[in-house]
Design a protein around this ligand. Structure first.
Ligand code: FNR
Length: 174
C-alpha cells in the first residue's frame, strides 16, 4: 500500500486542519497506509543544529524519508503558511545534501474561516516545496472555506464536502 504522510499546519487543539486530517485518515483506511506526522515538538530550526542534529530532528527526518507521498493541510496566518509548517519543511530540508523533500509527491489542501481558502498560504507552500524538488500536484487545487460549512458537529464532513474531498484525497492514490 502507498504510504501517505499527513502534515497538519496548526498546533491548536480544536484545529480545523486536524479535523480535515481526521477525515483524510478515515478516507484512506484500507486504501493506503496514512499517518499524521507530528511537527509540534520540533525546535525552531537553527543552523547551529546541523553540527549535531537534535534527536527529534533525526527521528522526524527518517519518518519523512519513509513516506512516498504527503498531504499538507494548510491553514493561513497573515497570508502565508504557519510557522509550524515552515519549520517542519525547513527541518527536513537541511542539511541541503540530505533534503528529504526531493522527489516526494505532495497534495495541498488549503482552508480558511473566510472564503479565500488560504490561497496565499497554499501558493507559498507550493513555491517552497517546489524549490526543494517535491512534485507538488497542480490539480486538484483545493481552497476550502468557510470552514464552518464543512463539518458536522462531530467533525466529519457534511455530505457535500465529503463527496468533493473523496475526489481530492483520491488524487494521492493514483
Ligand atoms: C489567522 N487567520 C487567517 N485566516 C486567513 O484566511 N488568512 C489569514 O491571513 C489569516 N491570518 C491569521 C493570522 C494569525 C496569527 C492567526 C492566529 C489566524 C485565521 C486562521 O487561518 C484560522 O483561525 C484557521 O482556522 C487556523 O487553522 P486551524 O487552527 O483551525 O487549523
Amino acid at each position: 500500500m502507498k504510504k501517505i504522510g499527513i502534515i497538519v499546519g496548526s498546533l491548536r487543539k480544536a484545529s480545523n486542519s486536524q479535523k480535515i486530517a481526521d477525515n483524510a485518515l478515515n478516507y484512506y483506511k484500507g486504501k493506503a497506509d496514512a499517518k499524521v506526522i507530528e511537527i509540534g515538538h520540533l525546535p525552531l530550526y537553527n543552523a547551529d543544529y546541523e553540527l549535531d542534529l537534535p534527536e527529534s530532528y533525526v527521528h522526524y527526518k527518517k519518518e519523512i524519508e519513509s513516506f512516498d507521498s504527503f498531504l499538507f493541510i494548510v491553514p493561513e496566518y497573515n497570508r502565508t503558511m504557519t510557522p509550524a509548517m515552515k519549520n517542519a519543511i525547513d527541518v527536513a530540508s537541511r542539511p541541503f545534501t540530505s533534503n528529504k523533500w526531493n522527489g516526494k509527491t505532495v497534495l495541498l489542501v488549503g482552508h480558511s474561516i473566510g472564503k479565500l481558502g488560504a490561497y496565499g498560504a497554499v501558493n507559498d507552500v507550493r513555491k517552497v516545496l517546489g524549490f526543494l524538488g517535491a512534485n507538488v500536484l497542480m490539480y486538484p487545487e483545493v481552497y476550502l472555506g468557510p470552514t464552518k460549512d464543512l463539518f458536522n458537529e462531530d467533525g466529519t464532513f457534511v455530505p457535500a464536502s465529503a463527496g468533493f474531498m473523496d475526489d481530492v484525497f483520491s488524487a494521492l492514490l493514483k
